[in-house]
Design a protein around this ligand. Structure first.
Ligand SMILES: [Zn+2]
Length: 252
């Protein structure tokens, strides 16, 4: 899709899943029919569950430069690379929401293959050093080592793949857990902080139940109800849906 101006989708039928827009197709044909008026810059976003624990890996790609960021490449780097190749994308950034092995396990392999720098909050460095132990707890092979190139801090704004990703430090599931907000896309990559009807577990090393609730209350519930939430596992949701129906969140 070309770079978007305002999308007007008054009477548009949604595109069938997997349908490709022929050249010259009016944008209305492929717009979300529920959007009355919106201005959402075009961007590739592929989400794929990877590995035994089905971590949701996200790939965001710039339609013009074909540069991509891969978030949480936990495993199955071959499948991730196939998606990148299908879109003609080159990985320029790797971002980790937190250092549990199901989210970071494939990052070393992807880093070695692409040379892309890896971004993560430094409060999870100890978990990275303990990746071998994490693998043995789960009976998994030890992953290829990864080096963290850039520490993420609360309030950082990363311009990647043609979009701004705002870093929200949301400790509680782990001490270095972060969420990434794409304000232009109205999307939040939540890692394992917030799930559909649930929140991240806090019984593993570095977990803190009071802290995760505080993070959700102060950082995530401050977002608009319409914000789409890409969870670290399972189905996507919205801030409004969880504010209303999530047992852990609704009384905060
Ligand atoms: Zn986790």
């Amino acid at each position: 899709m070309e770079q978007a101006g305002p999308i007007l989708a008054r009477c548009a039928e949604p595109a069938a899943q997997g349908e490709i827009a022929p050249r010259g197709t009016p944008p209305e044909r492929f717009a979300n029919r529920h959007l009355k008026v919106a201005s959402i810059p075009a961007m590739i976003h592929e989400m794929m569950p990877v590995g035994a624990l089905q971590c949701n890996c996200s790939i965001f790609g710039d339609e013009t430069t074909r540069e991509a960021v891969v978030i949480d490449p936990g495993d199955e780097i071959d499948r991730i690379q196939a998606v990148l190749q299908r879109h003609g994308l080159t990985v320029k950034w790797i971002v980790i929401t937190h250092a549990h092995i199901d989210h970071i396990g494939g990052a070393g392999k992807l880093q070695a293959l692409t040379g892309a720098p890896v971004y993560m909050n430094e409060a999870d460095y100890a978990l990275v050093k303990g990746l071998a132990a994490q693998a043995s707890w789960l009976g998994m092979p030890e992953p290829q080592p990864v080096s963290i190139d850039v520490g993420l801090r609360d309030g950082d704004r990363l311009n990647m793949a043609g979009a701004n990703f705002d870093v929200l430090h949301t400790p509680g599931h782990t001490q270095g857990s972060v969420c990434l907000l794409l304000a232009d896309q109205n999307k939040l990559i939540a890692g394992d902080t917030l799930f559909y009807d649930s929140i991240g577990r806090t019984d593993l090393p570095g977990g803190d139940y009071t802290q995760i609730l505080r993070s959700i209350k102060t950082k995530l519930l401050a977002l608009d109800d319409e914000t789409k939430v890409i969870c670290g596992h399972g189905q996507t949701t919205t801030i409004g849906r969880e504010r209303m129906h999530n047992y852990f969140v609704s009384n905060l």
